[in-house]
Design a protein around this ligand. Sequence first.
Ligand code: PHE
Length: 462
Amino acid sequence: MKPSREPIHGQWSSRWAFVLAATGSAVGLGNIWKFPYITGENGGGAFVLLYLVCIVLIGIPIMMAEIMLGRRGRRSPINTMRHLAQEEGRHGWWRYLGWLGILSGFLILSYYSVIAGWALAYLVRTAGGVFTGLTADGVNNIFYSLVADPERLLAWHTVFMVMTMVVVARGVRSGLERAVRYLMPLLLLLLLVLVGYAMNTGAFQQSLVFLFSPDFSKLTPNSVLIAMGHAFFTLSLGMGAIMVYGSYLPRHVSITHATFTIAGADTLVALLAGMAIFPIVFANGLTPAAGPGLIFQTLPIAFGRMPGGEFFGALFFLLLIFAAWTSAISLVEPLVAYMVENMRMSRVMASALAGGVTWVLGLGTIFSFNLWSGERYKLWGLTFFDVLDYLTVNIMLPLGGLLIAVFAVWAMRRESSISELGIGDGPVYRSWRFVTRYITPVAVLLIFLHAIGVLKPWLNRL
Ligand code: PHE
């Protein structure tokens, strides 16, 4: 059976609608919560440089490939891979790539929602003026008392999960496009305000050096893997989120332009977040390696001191929640699209089911910060949350991305990709194909091997 080239879940209304939705997927907790704290844990500059190299050599080529496969297949990732494999005369096993992605999305969302719940809790606290005039210690205490309380975390996790599933149930397009169009630029603006504040902390210079002056002695084999994993995570690659959004993309839209816009916006937000947070870290004598609580332990200090801090603080957390929301939606979309296509479920039913199961798994992450934080619940010294995060972001996403790249340039016929990318057989196409064929997969494999070879120091360090 030849796949039809008509999408079955509707289409984006324009190129911008797709770019906005995909940017909404890409920009999220990864940029504002995760990028700063893993940069802090991995020594700064060299890690940032490596992350940028991974965005360019691995992220961008794979994003083009993933959007291309999505648009050509026009279905949920599993069905897209099945159809494309058939069409290209390849083995039906390629559909397991779709399954791998769905599993990654499900596992990631389970903890993503818990962290987004922290942001919800902080929205209430900043708006209520809880941080006004507090010292760094006071802000720290508030963070620890929140994460120590499983019931509160559960309540916020539930709120976020329900918010996400309501949008997913209604279909991706309604509302999402419009909301991203206004709220994304506002988020960018607010980050600029925060960077402006950070410039006056007296530690701006120091944090620029920390972020942008590479000291390669600080890199471990494991931090190389983390930088690569983060490139996948932050661009929403390797699990089908971008593929499924690509499947709603109208035919005439340039995939190349869209990719560069999305990756550019995503990187900008991450770097601005770093530039806003580290000056506060250094000016207050905090440690950059504080871990997942970093932004929650630093930004409130700034909000507690700046004029209008309650307003800016509340607005910031509101936008962060919004950014997380648009990402969370894309994390379950491949699964929900599959359930609708293959299990004849309504979107509402599929969303409720997917959301319910993900919610339950989220308990593991909640307990990682309190009930299960003791040594006896750890695996290799890692909590449930750490293991889940490491496994999905640093292994499953790069593996999925690698297979996407391999399919797009090795398994798929050249003519198919030329026709789908729509940029002819010119220099742009040829450089994309060359990089995706030879550089991207080799880089991913080398980074994997590098990490495996020296696994011990990594385990000790954590
Ligand atoms: N890119 C999102 C972020 O940075 C997370 C995400 C990963 C979303 C994978 C979808 C798929 O927060």
